[in-house]
Design a protein around this ligand. Structure first.
Ligand code: NAD
Length: 483
């Protein structure tokens, strides 16, 4: 029997969308067959199609933002910002394609030239997460299509409606329906897609757990491209600053933006012991003022619910585990609405805990760690197998240099939140946060491969050394008067 996928609104529990799971084999065959023709179009043609897509997104922007807000629970203002990022991705990707994977010609002596050109891989799968259900998969899809790949996009089973609308907008803009396929389904569908023999690669954004499973699945397939964008256990270090209020604001933004459901949210506040009490009090006071409510509520909320009750249950359980293992509660994490996944942000001091779990707690939960030296702060920041984002708040240029040089992360910020990343820069992490194929501006790199060609308009060849005389050359030499 065909599996039916149903999407619910986290804030209300109401059903939003339902559709039967896709037939992976049939979808791959369609995309595979469509690829050569799409690849043979000019880059200008594909770029123009993407520009029409950006216009479609702008025209349908409010509808898309409303759907994202309903399906993820994020506030409408944040969903609107996500839609803007989706439209802006086109110009950024066009620029990135030109800068990082455009054609180059290197003129050599005697009419010889060396050319560097890029080719698309073929048919790629994109697996998306639920937290940015349009922007993050779009960050793979647009560069993949510009480069000339056909794409199978499987949105998260928690946000399939947004994925379906995104694909509709591409089709409305003129991307042939066969070139971009929507694949509906959950983890099993993702697994089947990832293991399909006719796929040339997979571009993934999601949890480290799934990323590791995919890495294993691709272990004996070095012929396929695999880009993994995974989670983090991100540190924010606060050091000598007189402006505790602003420092606290940056900490709160880092920890609780998007209800803590950003890969780049700060999970661990590392603070100098001598200023910890004052800073933590500022952070707690500001957190007390955050409005947690429905995405469309008035007054406008800072954050909505987390994605579902299972996620909320897991986070409240994690909070209790930290508490019962020596964590000192600064602010309780509570469930204000029975049966709905709204969470008030939790803050807990885990300095005294002997063994702190190095896991990504993907929600509004901040752990505080006090240290007495800057070296200890750096060591604590690196006390994780992940390495996505890290920030230093306060300090001096010299301390920032020291932090930058020693922190192991793909995004390192100073006096800015951990989640302040520009789409015009690469975005990715080290350790368990990725496999050294950063996305955002560098997504162009994994959507095409370089081909080096040495070329000449005429045939020209000679072997200058190590040859025996050839009698066929003798008459010529006689004619020329050498013999
Ligand atoms: P997830 O790993 O649960 O799911 C991501 C996608 O993988 C979904 O489409 C899912 O159906 C699919 N999937 C799950 N198991 C699979 C399997 N075994 N084989 C193949 N496919 C499978 O991630 P999520 O919970 O939707 O998203 C949140 C996570 O994403 C967090 O860990 C967050 O840090 C991370 N994330 C990372 C970035 C980044 O750029 N580094 C950005 C956003 C989110």
């Amino acid at each position: 029997m065909t599996e039916i996928l149903v999407s619910h609104e986290p804030a209300t529990g109401e059903e939003l969308w339902r559709r039967a799971a896709s037939d992976v084999d049939a979808e791959v065959e369609i995309a595979r067959r469509a690829w050569p023709e799409w690849a043979s179009k000019s880059v200008a043609f594909r770029t123009e199609t993407m520009r029409r897509f950006a216009n479609q997104v702008k025209a349908e922007g409010e509808k898309l933002a409303d759907l994202i807000a309903r399906e993820t629970g994020k506030p409408l203002w944040e969903a609107r910002a996500e839609v803007e990022s989706v439209a802006n991705k086109v110009d950024i990707s066009v620029k990135a394609y030109a800068e990082r994977t455009s054609n180059r010609r290197i003129e050599g002596a005697m009419g010889l030239r060396n050319a560097v050109r890029h080719k698309p891989h073929g048919t790629l799968a994109v697996l998306g997460p639920y937290n940015f259900p349009a922007h993050l998969p779009n960050g793979h899809i647009v560069p993949a299509l510009i480069a000339g790949n056909s794409v199978l996009f499987k949105p998260s089973e928690k946000t399939p409606a947004t994925g379906a609308m995104l694909v509709d907008l591409f089709h409305a803009a003129g991307v042939p329906p066969e070139v971009l396929r929507l694949v509906v389904g959950g983890p099993e569908t993702g697994k089947a897609l990832a293991g399909h023999p006719d796929l040339d690669g997979l571009l993934f954004t999601g949890s480290a757990r799934t990323g590791l499973a995919l890495n294993r699945q691709f272990a004996n397939r070095p012929d396929k491209i695999l880009a993994l964008e995974m989670g983090g256990n991100n540190p924010i270090v606060v050091w000598d600053t007189p402006d505790l209020r602003t420092a606290a604001t940056i900490v709160v933004q880092s920890a609780f933006l998007s209800a803590g459901q950003r890969c780049s949210n700060a999970r661990r506040l590392i603070v100098r012991d001598s200023m910890a009490d004052q800073l933590v009090a500022e952070v707690r006071d500001l957190t007390n003022r955050l409005i947690v409510d429905h995405p469309h509520a008035d007054p406008v909320p800072y954050m909505g619910p987390v994605i579902d009750n299972e996620a909320a249950d897991g986070l409240t359980e994690s909070f209790l585990i930290l508490m019962s293992n020596g964590g000192q509660v600064i602010r309780h994490m509570t469930r204000p609405v029975a049966d709905r996944p709204f969470l008030t942000p939790g803050i807990i001091d885990v300095t005294a805990m002997a063994e702190r779990p190095d896991i990504e707690l993907f929600g509004p939960l901040l752990q505080v760690i006090r240290v007495d030296s800057f070296e200890a702060a750096i060591a604590e920041a690196n006390n994780t197998a992940f390495g996505l984002s890290a920030a230093l708040i306060g300090g001096t240029p010299q301390l920032y240099d020291q932090y930058w040089a020693n922190a192991r992360a793909g995004v390192i910020n100073w006096n800015r939140p951990t989640n302040g990343a520009s789409s015009a820069a690469p975005f990715g992490g080290v350790g368990l946060s990725g496999n050294h194929r950063p996305s955002a501006f560098y997504a162009a790199d994994y959507c095409a491969y370089p081909v080096a060609s040495s070329e000449s308009d005429t045939l020209r060849a000679s072997i200058g050394v190590g040859l025996r005389d050839d009698e066929r050359d003798a008459p010529k030499l006689v004619r020329k008067g050498f013999l």
